[in-house]
Design a protein around this ligand. Structure first.
Ligand code: PHE
Length: 348
């Protein structure tokens, strides 16, 4: 026998104590208790001894084997326990810690205003329709009683589109629409009166940007046609709209004006709510805010749409959605709506 049983026992105990995990314990088992382990080999070597010697030695080895097996079992148990509790530590979840808040966006203020306006008009029986932003010259001007040489075209300077020679087989010119009024004719061509529509959308103007003007902004067109629709109906309807929109009594005034596609025409002003009539930058220091153009639909517009002007009459109006938003939120500069300053945009 090479090693004394005492040495073997001490070695085994030391190895067992040093095992840090279950994998190392496996290694220990192989070295001492496995098929080719030291203790197994010792037992095998007994065959070479005499019967008497075998008895004497065998007893000692078996006692040692029993001891080491027990120690091995205990250690396994201990390490398993340790592993379980350290795994649990890794998965530890403190449900009382406040979560990471997901930032919630909000609709752009102009979108909110447009939707609110649509809701109010819908409640008054108006249908919402949409039309193209790239419009033909005919719908934007001619059909609205502005033939090519009409000086009023100057009021609506815009961006004209260059046309590829081959791709279009019409002589029509195209432009970014200067107003939503083309929708009047587009809609009347397709539908029979009586009718009530609004057409919100983006429009374009070739002009300098300032606190009140942008090269693109939003309008909401309105059109109501019937047998007896009058200016009085318009006045009542629009007053109702503003009072619903601003949730308070609003002073408005109709000022005579001119548009080629309405006769008579007027401008609708409202007390400036930014300064409550005290005159500020937003209202051009007048105390009134110009809210929209309006009027009774011109006979030539009815003709362009295929209606007989003797049979039908009605009003049309075009309001600026940006103006509405400026009044509602008391914003003095239209440019803020088109900037990308989140500190401004997330306030609504
Ligand atoms: N389209 C006109 C504008 O953009 C507004 C308007 C609409 C005027 C309908 C009268 C009738 O200025």
């Amino acid at each position: 026998m090479v090693k004394s049983l005492i040495t073997l026992e001490n070695e085994a105990k030391k190895a067992l104590n040093g095992a840090k995990n279950l994998k190392e314990l496996d290694g220990f088992f192989r070295v001492y208790l496995g098929k080719k382990g030291e203790i197994t080999l010792l037992l095998k070597s007994l065959t070479k001894l005499t019967a008497q010697e075998r008895k004497k030695q065998g007893k000692g080895i078996n006692v040692l084997k029993g001891k080491i097996q027990q120690l091995f079992k205990d250690k396994t148990q201990e390490l398993k326990q340790e592993e379980i509790s350290s795994n649990a530590k890794g998965d530890w979840l403190d449900i009382s810690i406040p979560g990471i808040k997901i930032k919630q966006g909000n609709l752009h203020p102009l979108t909110q205003v447009q939707r609110r306006a649509q809701d109010i008009f819908r409640s008054m029986g108006f249908a919402v329709v949409k039309g193209p932003e790239v419009e033909s010259e005919w719908y934007n001007f001619d059909a609205l009683n502005m033939p090519p040489d009409h000086p009023a075209r100057e009021m609506w300077d815009t961006f004209w589109l260059k046309q590829k020679k081959r791709s279009i087989n019409t002589k029509e010119n195209f432009l970014l629409r200067t107003h939503t009024s083309p929708l009047q004719v587009r809609y009347m061509q397709q539908h029979n009166p009586p009718l009530r529509i609004i057409a919100p959308g983006r429009v374009f103007r070739y002009e300098a940007t300032d606190a009140n003007h942008q090269i693109n902004f939003y309008q909401l067109e309105g059109l109501m046609i019937g047998k007896n629709v009058s200016v009085a109906n318009f006045r009542a309807m629009i007053q109702e709209f503003y009072e619903k929109f601003f949730s308070k009594k609003i002073a408005i005034r109709l000022r005579p004006s001119y548009f080629p596609f309405t006769e008579p025409s007027f401008e609708v002003d409202m007390t400036c709510l930014v300064c409550n009539g005290k005159k500020c930058k937003s209202c051009g220091h007048s105390g009134f805010m110009e809210m929209m153009g309006a009027g009774m639909v011109h006979p030539n517009v009815f003709r362009a749409a295929g209606y007989n002007p003797k049979n039908w009459q009605g009003f049309a109006f075009g309001m600026g959605i940006d103006r509405l938003a400026m009044m509602k939120y008391k914003v003095e500069d239209i440019r803020l709506f088109y900037g990308k300053d989140m500190r401004f945009l997330t306030q609504f």
